[in-house]
Design a protein around this ligand. Structure first.
Ligand code: NAP
Ligand code: F7E
Length: 324
């Protein structure tokens, strides 16, 4: 039985990845940090699985990371933990850098010193392309990060390549474009829209405040994207891959798709708030996933309108249950 070690288990991707690995027969050792409120909603359904082991840890704590890797001897390490909100990274740049950049360095050192035969996945991001107008963006596109979050991800991405080349380690970075799901954090724009639409539909909310509606993103489904993470670690040779749908849509298009499906009027319920604009916007992300498709046979199954409907329907159900 293979053992996988996952950081960021309480997040969106951690939960889908753990499900996938358990189905594939892995033992999953999942690291969570201590929080004052219980944060395991996304993985509570896995707690009874005898192959799922939750352990406390933090990317801030080198000693703890070393101890966990020595104790559990993983075959695969998935580094998903991060302060992952771009706008928040402008408000907490030091904390974001500490977790995203230094946290990755600490985990890489623990990996190199304790279990160098393991395989390592790094959660890199399309935000690293920042405001580079060149598109579609691929593995070779120049990185011009436009936020503290993206700068920290570029550091971690470069460090992973450096450790791979310097020490011959099996490290792959997935440059994942935005991926969403009913488990997406409620402050990311897609989930904010689907949750608000559901609440408006059920008469529990009237207004939805949004920022820049013109930004364009390449949105896919998180369930499809965690499969690409696993595939990367099954390759004989480690490498970096763009994971995307190859389609881009504006925030306005996502809003319209959801409100149309919900039979709601955008003009009646949506207002623009300057407060929600960012100091520096990433105007357009569009990925070219052809390398992932050719090398690993990876293809997204869910596309834009299917994703919008899936998220809205799930939120309608969620809000109904919540309001009983
Ligand atoms: P998410 O939902 O925000 O989850 C982040 C996870 O990291 C949470 O479990 C969080 O724990 C944990 N975490 C934060 N700081 C930590 C620390 N110091 N020590 C240990 N754990 C810590 O993010 P996601 O959407 O699943 O994304 C997963 C990874 O992919 C992240 O690295 C993100 O930056 C990257 N990424 C995401 C996307 C996307 O579109 N979703 C695209 C590209 C890359 P708490 O629950 O305690 O906060
Ligand atoms: O913003 C605009 C906002 O916060 C998308 C993270 O997972 O994907 C995510 O980062 C767009 C931006 O995601 C609101 O200005 C308008 O242009 O959903 P988001 P993000 O910043 O693209 C990347 C790949 C990651 O790596 C990150 O970890 O939507 N927007 N109005 C808004 N955004 C938010 N959050 N809230 C609004 O009200």
């Amino acid at each position: 039985m293979k053992t996988a070690f996952i950081t960021g288990i309480t997040g969106q991707d951690g939960s889908y990845l753990a499900e996938l690995l358990l189905l594939k027969g892995y033992k999953v050792v999942a690291m969570k940090r201590r929080t004052s409120l219980i944060s395991t909603d996304r993985v509570n359904h896995l707690m009874d699985n005898k192959n799922f082991h939750m352990v406390y840890g933090n990317l801030n704590d080198s000693g703890c990371l070393h101890r966990l890797l020595i104790e559990h001897k993983p075959d695969e390490i998935y580094n998903l933990a991060a302060q992952s909100h771009v706008r928040v990274s402008f408000e907490t740049p030091e904390e974001t850098t500490e977790f995203v950049a230094m946290g990755t360095l600490r985990l890489l050192e623990a990996f190199r010193n304790t279990c160098p035969k393991a395989r390592f996945y790094q959660a890199s991001s399309s935000e690293m392309f920042g405001d580079n107008p060149e598109h579609p963006q691929r593995e070779t596109t120049r990185l011009t990060p436009a936020s503290p979050y993206a700068c920290a991800k570029v550091y971690a991405h470069n460090l992973c390549r450096n450790y791979r080349e310097s020490y011959g380690l099996h490290i792959s970075s997935g440059i994942l474009f935005n991926h969403e799901s009913p488990r997406r954090g409620e402050t990311f724009v897609t989930r904010k829209i689907t949750l608000a639409a559901a609440r408006i539909k059920l008469g529990l909310q009237d207004k939805l405040y949004l920022g820049n509606l013109d930004a364009k993103r390449d949105w896919g489904f998180a369930g499809d994207y965690v499969a690409a993470m696993w595939m990367m670690l099954q390759q004989d040779t480690p490498d970096d891959y763009v994971v995307a749908t190859g389609e881009t849509h504006s925030v306005k298009e996502f809003l319209d798709a959801v409100f149309e499906h919900a039979e709601l009027d955008v003009n009646e319920h949506v207002e623009i708030s300057e407060r929600l604009f960012r100091p520096h916007e990433v105007p357009l992300l569009l990925g070219d996933p052809s390398k992932a498709e050719q090398a690993m046979g990876w293809k997204p199954k869910v596309k834009f309108s299917g994703l919008a409907k899936m998220m809205y329907e799930a939120d309608l159900e969620f809000v109904r249950k919540e309001s009983v």
